[in-house]
Design a protein around this ligand. Structure first.
Ligand SMILES: O=P(O)(O)O[C@H]1O[C@H](CO)[C@@H](O)[C@H]1O
Ligand SMILES: O=c1cc[nH]c(=O)[nH]1
Length: 250
């Protein structure tokens, strides 16, 4: 079942698999690992593995959005991935969340029909509670401002995230950001719901730990180099949390 993650085997998958959207970020965060090794580079999918405190970890890019993420997750899980954590970027939709802060989402809202090849819309997009708790504790004791709550996974970057390209009105998007703000949504990105739903369907653990790339209300964004450095630090926080959960609960 590795039509896109061509030729990988269960040997390539670590005890923990970190997921990023951007293929370029795989190598950046692999600097946290000992003996980092490139396993695969095909289309939007880059897979590396290495060791963290002697434990095997893999890092895989999912590309942007639902379809490429579904492909990566199915192929990783079917090759034995048991813990998936998305370390990615997001936009904050709440005024007190600053660029460079961290957001951990316990659940995701999403548009109707997302993953309806797998389950009807009432199926939840929720994180593993133990993993989320552990990541939350590590993040809070780090120097980062950390926020916790429900986010939105959108299938669109422009109109579906309340941006205004030349076409300013779609069938469902009037006051979209305001609609979700009134429902206490913290942030928006494009992959987490897919990961949470497929992990729940397969009975494995998943969580996220996102870096706020920018605040959509005041349009402040983190400079690119700082943004990458934050992802590197977040990777260590997440790995500590995952291996704590593995040690306590297996
Ligand atoms: O920072 P990454 O992980 O690439 O993710 C975010 O950035 C992309 C949009 O620019 C989407 O994939 C969104 O979820
Ligand atoms: O606003 C943003 C920022 C990062 N990723 C998104 O999908 N949206």
């Amino acid at each position: 079942m590795t039509i896109h993650l061509k030729g990988i085997s269960s040997e390539d998958i670590g005890k923990v698999t970190l997921l990023v959207g951007d293929p370029g970020r795989v190598e950046i965060i692999s600097q946290n690992l000992e003996k980092p090794r490139l396993i695969l580079n095909n289309r939007e999918f880059v897979l590396m593995n290495g060791f963290w405190n002697g434990q095997k970890v893999s890092i895989c890019s999912t590309g942007i959005g639902v379809s490429s993420t579904e492909i990566a997750i199915i192929e990783l899980i079917e090759q034995g991935a048991k813990i998936l954590v998305r370390i990615g970027g997001c936009g904050a939709w709440k005024d007190d969340i600053k660029p460079g802060d961290i957001i951990i989402n316990n659940a995701m809202a999403r548009e109707l029909g997302l993953l309806n090849a797998y389950a009807i819309d009432s199926f939840p997009a929720v994180a593993d509670p133990l993993l989320i708790q552990s990541i939350m504790e590590k993040a809070v004791s780090s120097k980062f401002n950390t926020h916790f709550g429900i986010g939105l996974t959108s299938q669109s970057y422009y109109l579906g995230q309340d941006r205004k390209p030349r076409i300013k009105n779609g069938p469902n998007v009037n006051n979209l950001m305001n609609y979700w703000q009134e429902r206490s949504i913290l942030n928006c990105e494009m992959e987490t719901a897919v990961i949470y739903m497929l992990a729940s369907i397969y009975g494995i653990r998943a969580a996220n730990c996102l870096v706020v790339h920018g605040n959509r209300l005041n349009n402040e964004w983190v400079p690119e180099e700082e943004y990458h450095n934050i992802h590197v630090k977040v990777t260590n926080i997440v790995l500590e949390a995952c291996f704590d959960v593995l040690e306590k609960y297996n």
